[in-house]
Ligand binder design. Sequence first.
Ligand SMILES: [Zn+2]
Ligand SMILES: [Zn+2]
Length: 421
Amino acid sequence: MKEKYMITSVKGFKDIYGEDLELFKTARKVLEEIAESFAYEEIITPIIEYSELFERSVGIDTDIVEKEMYTFIDKSVRSVTLRPEITASVARSYVEHHFETKPLPLRFYYFGHCFRYEKPQKGRFRGFYQFGVEAIGDDSPLLDAEVIDIGYNIAKKLELKNLSVKINSIGCRKCRTIYKEKLKEVLEPQYDELCEDCKKRFYTNPLRILDCKKESPELKDILPKMIDYLCDDCKKHFDSVLDYLQKMNIPFEIDNTLVRGLDYYTRTVFEVISSDLGAQNALLGGGRYDYLIEELGGRPTPAVGFALGMERLVEIMKSQGVVRRDKRLIYVAYQQTAFERAIFITEKLRNYGFKVFLDVKNGSFKNQTERSAKRNAEFTIFIGEEEVKTGSVVVKNMGTKEQKQVNIDDLNGFFKEQRNV
Ligand SMILES: [Zn+2]
Ligand SMILES: [Zn+2]
């Protein structure tokens, strides 16, 4: 017989399990709870869209659309794409379902799988999960501040270290056009010094040269700053966002090199940063995108939001020692003659909302205790013939090794009390 070879997961895609999954779930819960507490509602959009959606929204000159999309022709000969991000889909949904007839602004959050054909590296995968929020239908700077506030609160709740916000404004069509010309004027004599990507960006998207990691700080120093070129409306908007942030006690820093890679952003762009051991990590990034919905065939509609990658967030949580592995397991060990009582107690505890593992192999209490320890249980309950007679169980705290006899009717109260200490 021919030996079967092992099939691996597709390159750049990974299984999530164990400790990573615990952190992933902890993070997801915090993200969703905070978004809900700001009265944002979940929206679920399809994983697959017509390719045109991303070509028109993300922009054909971007790395995402040029090189990174999972695009294929389906059986009805339409070009479809596995979504590389979710904002475009939310905007498409807004236009398609005439959400503009609802009370505005609408506030959404989303969570889902995205796909980009990139070089896989630490914390970066071809299949990854994104979480984000979008507030659509209002241009108030308070909404920019609210979205930043959500991001900041998420990071705080996850207990990430040294939080701050980097913020910039990239203006509107009017003032950005003037700024781009000025930028090109200053860059032109330096053109030959630019990296290969920036030589292209000089013509297609010169703003992206500002955040290119390959360009020297000396070059960046001589470049004009967007905030000096903002028109009156954009300037007023930006000042007002900063004023709200101050009132909300959110620490921020203006970063003149901050731009976003996607074409639909306008005015406010920001990142929430956590720094640890000298390393600065962007947890999430976002901004205002007042032209996107118009670009997709809707009425001109202002909007603002942010997105974050879950895998990256989990990496940062791990590197900062955020450990939320749920050890609070109750392990039920029993003598074979007390099996029915063990089943009864297990079910009772599960109904009270505890996580309970009923020993499968049985055998001596010693062996069962060893298995309980291997599973990092917080408590082991022992049920033998004696306990059946007295209507009680012996509970062992696996950390302190302390043992106590507890009446069956008192178990709920006993465990609740233990956990509040
Ligand atoms: Zn402007
Ligand atoms: Zn460059």
